[in-house]
Design a protein. Structure first.
Length: 135
């Protein structure tokens, strides 16, 4: 009888640990990261600082009256990974690049209208900074 109680207590403790792990949330952007997003027709910009082990996906709808966009990536990702994905108004991928890369890039041709900008952060540390503009 005593060994059954120990086994039951062990099972209950294991269940509690599993439940607690299942309830934990990822580290997401908060006030300390000073996220700033400017979303105007033909000009989009996002920046965040002091990121430490951030895991989150941010999705924005951006109006582009052109068929391409210039993308300027100037952040400093020091850990984890991040990806910038851009889809045109038809949902066709026109851009995908790691946020660890810096420089000025151009999307492929796309359809004018409401484009989707998606930022995927996975255990990301450092600074996020990019701009997307109609040429």
């Amino acid at each position: 009888m005593y060994s059954n109680r120990i086994a039951l207590a062990g099972t209950a403790a294991t269940l509690l640990v599993l439940l607690a792990a299942g309830c934990s949330s990822d580290n997401v952007l908060g006030p300390d990261n000073q996220l700033e997003v400017t979303n105007n027709t033909d000009s989009f910009q996002a920046q965040a600082s002091n990121m430490v082990d951030i895991t989150q996906t941010l999705t924005y709808t951006w109006q582009n009256t052109g068929t391409t966009a210039n993308v300027d990536q100037s952040g400093a990702i020091t850990g984890g990974s991040g990806t910038l994905l851009i889809l045109d108004a038809d949902g066709t991928q026109v851009y995908s690049r790691s946020l660890t890369e810096t420089g000025t890039f151009v999307t492929t041709d796309g359809t004018t209208g409401a484009w989707t900008i998606e930022v995927t952060l996975s255990g990301t540390s450092g600074t996020l900074n990019f701009r997307v503009q109609k040429p």
